[in-house]
Design a protein around this ligand. Structure first.
Ligand code: MRU
Length: 352
């Protein structure tokens, strides 16, 4: 995704009261933009991963909170606040793990509270500006994460990534894929290995698609091939995104990430987490306190397949994130710099 080939996966069409998203559930076969005009549609788009990836979920929630409040007929500040809170609580129930959802909604609420005494129209305009700021800042944040992560890499390296932490998961550039895009612009020759990322195949459907579109050398592997590519010396660094980083550095990301980190430790490969500050949750002491989303059985047994790939009625367990222990993480790369262990100290310092 070089400067001139930007996919805007989440934008506001204010004139038509719509949130416009690239439907990530249809990729790579169809590139369709959806115009979402009701709160139900926005909630469903987040739940069904049409808009997904922690920063993109936060951006969508910010726009959703604005659009939902804009619809309100309330005439006073207090009455509008009641309506805003209903929208906020509803959107907050769409997915539990990515802290960016709650971060963005809290930020919208703080903006609302700062506008006390203003007219309903003025408050709505302030919410629009706040939502646009969340999107615009994310673009800058991702670029800076990319610059910082690039300082850890060298041309020619083999890089393994899991799930999709790319441009479409953010406002632009991505987090874990940002250094790859920036490196490509500067002539670096990375060889990227994308885990397919069962069960929803974000690696195969999204990362492989995004990187191939951008002309990056990308090779798709099944999740259970990560060990062999590391053993064969093909991987010099692992880069992943995240949905929530606890104060001690424990990191929730797409299911399977912790297994990749354990392998990386075994083979002596550095394991880097790329995280905007909006994904770091200092109020969460450690990974055991992170709510792990459980998703429907059919995502494991039949979704994306022509016929079911498991016996009817088999018991299924489908946690969609796992927590990588902080001891397995070489560094956490943010827009404020690179945090190294001990994370309790280094992460807190980033917020000073
Ligand atoms: O369930 P998903 O597809 O929303 O999960 C996304 C991830 O796990 C990403 O790695 C994470 O949100 C970072 S996106 C920059």
């Amino acid at each position: 995704m070089l400067e001139n080939e930007v996919i805007q996966s989440v934008i506001l069409d204010d004139e038509n009261n719509a949130l416009v998203i690239l439907d990530q559930a249809l990729l790579p076969n169809e590139k369709i933009f959806l115009r979402l005009t009701s709160q139900n549609q926005i909630w469903e788009a987040i739940y069904a991963l049409r808009v997904r990836g922690a920063p993109a979920i936060g951006i969508a929630a910010g726009y959703g909170a604005y659009l939902g409040t804009k619809e309100s007929k309330a005439e006073t500040y207090e009455a509008l606040y009641e309506d805003f809170k209903k929208v906020k609580d509803y959107l907050a129930s769409s997915r539990p793990t990515a802290v960016n959802l709650f971060w963005a909604l809290d930020r919208m609420e703080n903006r609302f509270l700062r506008e006390k005494g203003k007219t309903a129209a003025e408050v709505k305009e302030a919410l629009r500006q706040e939502a646009e700021a969340i999107r615009a800042e994310d673009e800058l944040v991702c670029k800076t994460i990319g610059e910082n992560a690039l300082s850890l890499l060298k041309s020619g390296m083999g890089i393994l990534t899991h799930c999709n932490a790319g441009a479409i998961a953010t406002a632009k550039y991505g987090t874990a894929l940002a250094p790859i895009y920036l490196g490509k612009e500067r002539g670096y020759d990375f060889k990227v290995y994308a885990d397919e990322t069962r069960p929803l195949l974000q690696g195969a459907r999204l990362t492989a698609w995004e990187l191939k579109e951008a002309g990056v050398d990308v090779t798709l592997i099944c999740d259970n091939m990560a060990s062999i590519v590391m053993k064969e010396g093909k991987i010099q660094a692992v880069l992943v995104g995240c949905d929530r980083v606890a104060a001690n550095g424990d990191t929730a990301n797409k299911i399977g990430t912790s297994g990749v980190a354990i392998l990386a430790k075994h083979y002596g490969v550095p394991f880097y987490v790329c995280a905007p500050l909006s994904t770091i949750d200092l109020k969460c002491e450690h990974g055991d306190n992170i709510h792990i989303e459980l998703r429907p059985d059919e995502e494991v047994t039949s979704k994306w397949y022509e016929k079911p790939m498991a016996p009817a009625g088999v018991k299924v367990y489908n946690p969609c994130f796992d927590v990588t222990d902080h001891n397995l993480i070489t560094a956490i790369v943010t827009e404020k710099g690179i945090a190294y262990p001990p994370y309790n100290e280094s992460l807190a310092k980033l917020f000073e």
